[in-house]
Design a binder for this molecule. Structure first.
Ligand code: ZN
Ligand code: ZN
Ligand code: FE
Length: 777
């Protein structure tokens, strides 16, 4: 491990130890200090670009023990990437051990800033200890917990460069901060009721309410009011999750008719009443990151039906700030709160107090705010456990800005991301740093947030990209942003980027088979792709096959109105000519004239672009099964179709899958969906429950996917398959495909730390461009 061999054990040696990884803002220097003092070593520790530098002197055996301790027992939040040792001439360290402040550092540091961390057990104990000086203080934290990324304005990570700079520490806090034996030693956001941020409750008009803010907020929640609660990365809108009328009021005011709302449960026992919590889910719920965890909803879950209509999961998180813990400890507080992003539907999260009062006016009945500013707006992250692993669906608080290790060092590239569910990604050396979830880049406000977040994270990483990567689609705002950066721009095809995101995360350089199922992405042939089988390397790909194509009458409207793809599927299956008075599913709700007009658009090829989209196939089948003619939010019909199928699977139904038909044409393999559409029609025609047909459709798609993969694996010799695209956020599909491919002897990979959907696209873009710049074939 250490190549250097020096003199005997007794003589004093000097080592320079460089540690890289997530080692700033996580209590690493204090840990170094304590170990050095314990072992009687002298020297210094300081932050340097990319990590921490330790200069230490002492007997060799003690130095070795010191390194071993750092490797084996680093602070809980530290992630050591490398630890290298170089001998130096002894005699420079002097006596004692010191932590050098950033000002004393030789250089401006740019080690990664850590993600925000949920309140630790020790701080929680103090919070509820009447004898503690921080009893009931909503902003306590320590080196193991508290805000990080959301308060950092610039690097190196030190209090004057955080939003805590306006709070001068009192003597007691300062003493803790300077005492190496204290667990608040160098805890940058350290604070107490005397010197730190304060809480206030304001009424709907922004006027202070003269009452205990927490008790009053809890009582208002219990009465069904909507309370805006400022958290780590932004403002939530909270309401009693069991109160149907209150939830309905929140939905109406926010303009969000049916999209599922996230919940915060008082504790793990309460979460278990909401959904199925296995060991993996419990670890995520109670872990330091505290994401929203999607749980299979339990019958009788104590929440109003309008919290998550039509879906079979509930998104649940546990309290992650002292403020949340105190709120739930109020006797009046409901045990489960809706905690949804504080915004009007579709726009970005509010972070500033004035901004919240202005933008949430008319939505919130009261505001529970504080005076610690938010430097970086950050939403809650969303995860699910599927196919045996944690799958991040929305990557933000608790995860950003943690890097993802790449298989090799790449040039500095900015990945601009997609149009919907956007985030960007920065690649630096052998690391990629995905930015926080931004949202749908469809309005000026969200685009402004995108630019702000990209500039902020680039500054924290001191990264100046040599190149930018973007989608092939010229009209995405992210594409335009990339083109405005003044560096070479490399467009990356959408589905190739999805594949490379999975490859990058899992350290694969290919060639691999990639199955990418999603809503839409522009293909190099100008058509809309979305059900793709590729042979992929990071720098390029070949399309081996796809879903059989079908027209999308109305273009963009077809993505919002599943009855349109439903009609296209019927027509493709040769069943559009049936009794016009008795069309299947939701087509019954569509006037015969509109149906005829859309059929005619397809006959004439007017405004009916061809697509191979798996997402639209799901939408169309959902509509044929009677789910919905129009969407309130992206992915709704597909989620409801999965929920139906899940119900059948949970009831033990085992319908035979519809026939698989694979055909080889001039453009490669075609996976023909028509037998599945005919099967669905036959099933509903003979009165089978739509649940069973939904399950049979899922089974058909996984069987067909696995069958085509087996063939392609034989043809190409590839033994690895990556699964990407938003459709693989469907648990049933993912687990079934993984199982079938694994049984066929293939190694299967899907997104884990990075979303399978468009939230993971930027990583794939940046990595693909980085490999291309390096001249990979
Ligand atoms: Zn703590
Ligand atoms: Zn204080
Ligand atoms: Fe996509």
């Amino acid at each position: 491990m250490f190549e250097w061999t020096g003199s005997g054990d007794g003589a004093v040696e000097a080592w320079r130890i460089e540690v890289t990884g997530t080692v700033q803002g996580v209590g690493f220097r204090p840990c170094v200090f304590r170990e050095a003092v314990r072992l009687g070593l002298s020297g210094t520790v300081a932050n340097i670009p990319g990590g921490v530098e330790i200069r230490v002197e002492g007997p060799r055996r003690a130095l070795e023990a010191f390194c071993r301790r750092l490797r084996e027992a680093p602070p809980p939040l530290a992630r050591i990437r490398s630890l290298t040792v170089r001998p130096e001439a002894p005699g420079r360290a002097g006596t004692g051990f010191r932590i050098l402040s950033s000002r004393e550092d030789r250089s401006a540091a740019a080690a990664p800033v850590a993600p925000d961390v949920a309140t630790c057990g020790a701080c929680r104990a103090e919070l509820f200890d009447p004898a503690d000086r921080r009893h009931r203080y909503p902003f306590l934290n320590c080196t193991d917990c508290g805000p990080r990324y959301t308060i950092v304005e610039s690097v190196p990570y030190d209090r004057p460069r955080t939003t805590m700079k306006g709070f001068a520490m009192c003597d007691a806090c300062e003493a803790e901060y300077r005492d190496p034996a204290n667990r608040r030693f160098h805890a940058q956001p350290n604070a107490c009721p005397r010197c730190g941020p304060r809480l206030a409750l304001l009424d709907a008009g922004g006027r202070p309410v003269a009452a205990d803010p927490l008790r009053e907020a809890a009582e208002r929640l219990a009465r069904g009011e909507v309370v805006a609660v400022k958290g780590l990365g932004g403002v939530h809108l909270a309401v009693d999750a069991a109160a149907e009328a209150a939830v309905a009021r929140l939905r109406a005011r926010k303009g969000r008719p049916s999209k599922p709302l996230a919940l915060m449960a008082r504790d793990l026992a309460t979460a278990r009443r909401l959904g199925d919590v296995g060991a993996a889910e419990a670890a995520l719920l109670e872990g330091a990151r505290r994401p929203i965890v999607l749980l299979l909803r339990r019958p009788g879950a104590p929440v109003a039906p309008n919290v998550a209509p039509g879906v079979h999961e509930l998104g649940v998180m546990l309290p992650y700030t002292p403020l949340h813990h105190l709120l739930f400890a109020e006797p009046a507080c409901p045990p489960v709160l809706v905690m949804t992003s504080g915004n009007r539907s579709g726009s970005s999260l509010c972070a500033g107090n004035d901004e919240a009062l202005e933008r949430l006016a008319g939505i919130a009945d009261a505001f529970l705010l504080h005076d610690r500013p938010i430097a970086a707006r950050t939403d809650d992250s969303v995860v699910r456990v599927a196919a045996g692993a944690e799958r991040v669906l929305r990557r933000a608080r608790g995860y950003v800005p943690e890097p993802v290790a790449l298989p090799r060092a790449l040039p500095a590239v900015f990945g601009a991301g997609a149009a919907l569910k956007n985030t960007f990604c920065l690649v630096r050396g052998a690391e990629a740093v995905p930015g926080p979830h931004v949202g749908d880049l469809e309005d000026a406000e969200t685009f402004a947030f995108y630019q702000e977040a990209a500039a902020h994270l680039s500054a924290l990483l001191r990264l100046e990209p040599e190149a930018a990567a973007c989608d092939l689609h010229p009209d995405y705002l992210s594409t335009r942003y990339a083109r405005g950066l003044g560096v070479p721009v490399l467009p990356v095809q959408h589905h190739h980027a999805h594949a490379v995101a999975v490859m990058a995360e899992h350290g694969l350089e290919g060639p691999v088979l990639a199955v990418v199922f999603d809503g839409a992405g522009l293909g190099p042939d100008g058509t809309i792709w979305g059900g793709e089988f590729l042979l992929a390397r990071p720098a390029g790909f070949r399309r081996l096959g796809s879903l059989r194509s079908f027209p999308l009458p109305g273009g963009d409207a077809a993505a919002r109105e599943p009855w349109r793809p439903a009609l296209a599927l019927l027509r493709a299956a040769g069943r559009a000519g049936g009794d016009p008075d008795r069309p299947p599913g939701v087509l019954r709700q569509i006037p015969a004239g509109s149906r005829a007009a859309v059929l005619r658009m397809m006959e004439l090829g007017l405004q009916a672009p061809a697509t191979t989209s798996a997402g639209r196939l799901f939408d169309g089948v959902a509509a044929l099964l009677g789910l919905r003619a129009r969407l309130d939010y992206e992915g709704q019909a597909a989620m409801e179709l999965e929920a139906l199928a899940h119900r059948a699977a949970a009831a033990g139904e085992r319908p035979a899958a519809y026939p698989v038909a694979l055909r080889r044409g001039a453009g490669g393999w075609r996976l023909d969906f028509r037998p599945a559409v005919r099967g669905v029609l036959r099933d509903i025609g003979r009165g089978a429950p739509p649940e069973v047909a939904a399950l049979a459709f899922h089974r058909w798609l996984s069987a067909a996917t696995a069958a085509l993969c087996r063939r392609l694996a034989r043809e190409t010799g590839a033994g690895e398959v990556v699964l990407g695209g938003g459709c693989f956020q469907n648990r049933l599909l993912l687990e079934d495909v993984v199982e079938r491919l694994t049984a066929a002897g293939l190694r299967v990979y899907a997104g884990e730390r990075v979303p399978a959907g468009d939230g993971g696209l930027a990583l794939g873009q940046a990595a693909a461009a980085g490999f291309r710049l390096q001249g990979g074939a």
